[in-house]
Every structure is written in C-alpha cells, then in structure tokens.
Design a protein around this ligand. Structure first.
Ligand code: SF4
Length: 183
C-alpha cells in the first residue's frame, strides 16, 4: 500500500472521507473549491521558480507492529533546498491541523529518504498568514501514529459513519453522504 499526504490530511478532517477516497470513490475533480485551492497554490508566489523546486519522494517504510513494508509518497509543491524548508500553500486556514499533519508527513518522508530537514511553513496568502511547523520527536510520534491509523481505516471493510459537522459543507462528498437528508 502507498500512503500519501492526502490520506494523512483526510484522516485529520474526516475518517469517512479518507475511506471513500482510498477506496476509489473520488469526487475531488468535481469540486470548484479544490480547483480554486490549486490555482492559489500555483499563482500566489510568482517570484518563485516553483516548478524547479517541486519534489517527489518515495520511500519504503515498515510501521511498528506491521509485518510488511509499505511505501510513503510525498509530492511537495515547493521545497527550498537552500534553507531546508518545505512550503505548503493553502486557500483557507479552516483545516489548519490537517495542513500541519500534511507538512509533518512531508518532513517525515524526506527524513526517511535521508534528507536532513525538519522545518516547514504553511502559507495562507488570502489571510496573509504563515504557520511554522517542526518535525521534532513528539511530532514524529504523531506521524507514525497517523500512518498506522490510515492503514487501519483504509483496510477496513466498513466505511466510517458520517460526521455531520461544519466540515461537511465544503466537502466534495457532501451529496454522497447527505443526499436525502432534510435540512
Ligand atoms: S460530507 Fe462530511 S461525513 Fe461525508 S466525507 Fe465529507 S466531511 Fe466526511
């Protein structure tokens, strides 16, 4: 199995969303918000030659308590190799915890690949905010736990229940989860 940053991100937003995505029920291409987010990521920092800084890393990893190795894959939009910092640009800070988890995952994959890097910056251009992220010992434990949780959820035969929270409003699975519901 491959674990990617989207799995980690969705784990922190909604376990059901993670399960649906991982099981091939993918509606992200229908979402205007996703397209808008991508546009912001690609156009907010024109001064960067970010096409040159994109980085794709894959590394074999054996989670604790698992017999088999899995693959961790990170597709990083902007890696400042000189300063050793991973940058991630987001449209909204509504899911800051999920964004933090995503960047920690990138840093973890880079470290497992032998790249000595521990710092990341999440950028919210619309809000003119940045959030610093660091992969320290505590954060590394969190990443390892998230990877195991992703594997358990993805490999489960049952789809987790809907969460019915404000998170659903902009989710691409909204119709899938709530069609037929009143209000
Ligand atoms: S609509 Fe809500 S319950 Fe359904 S996947 Fe999205 S966040 Fe989860």
């Amino acid at each position: 199995m491959n674990v990617i940053a989207t799995h980690i991100n969705y784990l922190l937003i909604c376990k059901r969303k993670l399960w649906l995505f991982a099981n091939g029920i993918n509606m992200e291409h229908n979402s205007d918000l996703v397209a808008q987010g991508k546009w912001i990521g690609e156009n907010s920092y024109d001064q960067r030659a970010n096409k040159n800084e994109e980085l794709e890393v894959s590394v074999a990893y054996k989670p604790e308590g698992f017999r088999e190795e899995i693959s961790l894959n990170a597709k990083i939009d902007f890696f400042d190799a000189k300063k050793g910092v991973v940058h991630e640009t987001k449209k909204s800070d509504a899911f800051e915890e999920a964004h933090r988890a995503q960047v920690l995952f990138y840093l973890f994959v880079l470290q497992k690949s032998g790249v000595n890097v521990s710092k990341g910056i999440i950028e919210y251009p619309k809000q003119r905010e940045t959030v610093n992220v660091e992969l320290n010992d505590e954060a590394e434990k969190e990443v390892k736990k998230w990877i195991i949780e992703v594997l358990e959820i993805v490999e489960s035969e049952t789809c987790p229940p809907s969460i019915k929270k404000s998170k659903c409003r902009n989710c691409s699975y909204f119709d899938f989860c709530w069609s037929g519901e009143e209000g």
